[in-house]
Write a protein that binds this ligand. Structure first.
Ligand SMILES: O=C(CO)[C@H](O)[C@H](O)COP(=O)(O)O
Length: 334
């Protein structure tokens, strides 16, 4: 259980997130602190695809042993895992599904049986008939949109797996401070547990902040023809649910093979119309070339926070511009 210590970075939260993602990518458990909803409770989290009898035994030893697997909504639907039926919903709106065992894992409760069930849940080609219900593993439905939709543990676990480039399913259970009392680790205890066991440790709020910075989510909010004089030209608007910024795309013709021009909005040149920089000119000529040729996509991206002061304007070199633009182009090309 040892992953190199977090590197010295300016932002300690970013360092903790990177350290955590590296540990998960290496198939190791991490500590996730639920500072948002549950008063600093700590849980051990392991990628479902990395579940082995060894790791599951370790989770059972140090946690409540109530092992849940956070999964995407589509996976729960595909594997026919309905929500547990209930008339009263818990105050956090947790989305626990019917329990499962792998169909061929024996009684389902041993560490090796649970490891097999958990690993199977993470397989993209798993079939509903591979599981019997009820069982000894609890799938939890993480909302689409992850932490942007709900700052819950299930969403944090699925987002962590996705950002670590793993199958989007993770097993988790709350750490207990002492096996004698069975009380849950909270406050400073989860971090102490992580240090003692050389595990990476991150809080849901650290991770949500990181996702907002690196994982833009532009959602289409409007799609209007520009007007008769510009037939075949559309104005498509986006709202970024990660940071509430807005972006625009001028689309002429079929977007599938259209050339793309990306522009970072600048307050001086594009909002105030000043000629202290060439941003106004650049955006106008991008739009004109798309409209005149009848084929192309011109995207204007607004980043959160103050734009760089022109003429030091970076003309789009901020790495977030490329990520937002790529997602908008993906959406336009469907
Ligand atoms: O069993 C639970 C808490 O004891 C929760 O249902 C489980 O942890 C899911 O977490 P969240 O509601 O934060 O997604």
């Amino acid at each position: 259980m040892s992953v190199a210590s977090p590197p010295a970075v300016l932002d300690p939260a970013a360092g903790r997130v990177q350290h955590t993602l590296r540990a998960l990518a290496a198939g190791e458990p991490i500590v996730l602190v639920d500072d948002v909803r549950r008063d600093g409770e700590g849980a051990l989290v392991l990628p479902a695809e990395a579940a082995t009898p060894h790791w599951i035994a370790l989770l059972v030893q140090h946690t409540t042993g109530f092992l849940r697997v956070a999964m995407e909504e589509a996976a729960c639907d595909r594997l026919e895992l309905p929500l547990m039926r209930c008339d009263r919903i818990d105050r956090f709106g947790s989305a626990l599904c019917v329990t499962v065992d792998g169909a061929d894992v024996g009684t389902g409760i041993s560490a090796s049986a649970r490891a097999r069930t958990i690993k199977a849940l993470a397989r993209p080609d798993a079939h509903p008939d591979e599981f019997i219900r009820p069982g000894h593993v609890v799938p939890v439905r993480a909302r689409d949109g992850g932490l942007f939709a709900r700052e819950g543990r299930a969403e944090a676990v699925v987002d962590l797996m996705r950002l670590a480039a793993l199958a989007p399913a993770g097993v988790f259970s709350e750490i207990v401070v002492s096996e004698l009392t069975g009380e849950i680790a909270r406050g400073g205890e989860p971090a102490r547990f992580a240090a003692e066991h050389e595990l990476a440790c991150v809080s849901i709020s650290d991770f949500a902040g990181h996702r907002r910075r690196v994982d833009p989510q532009p959602v289409r909010t409007g799609d209007t023809p520009v007007g008769d004089a510009f037939s075949g030209v559309r104005l498509v608007s986006y709202r970024d649910i990660a940071d509430e910024t807005g972006h625009l795309a001028i689309v002429a013709g079929d977007p599938r093979d259209a050339p793309v021009v990306v522009h970072r909005e600048c307050v001086n040149g594009n909002v105030l119309g000043l000629s202290t920089c060439d941003c106004g000119l650049r955006w106008r000529s991008a739009v004109e070339s798309v409209v005149r040729s009848g084929r192309g996509i011109a995207i204007s991206i607004r980043l959160p926070g103050a734009s760089p002061a022109c003429p030091a304007c970076d003309h789009g070199t901020d790495p977030r511009v490329a990520v937002v633009a790529e997602r908008i182009v993906q959406d336009l090309r469907g």
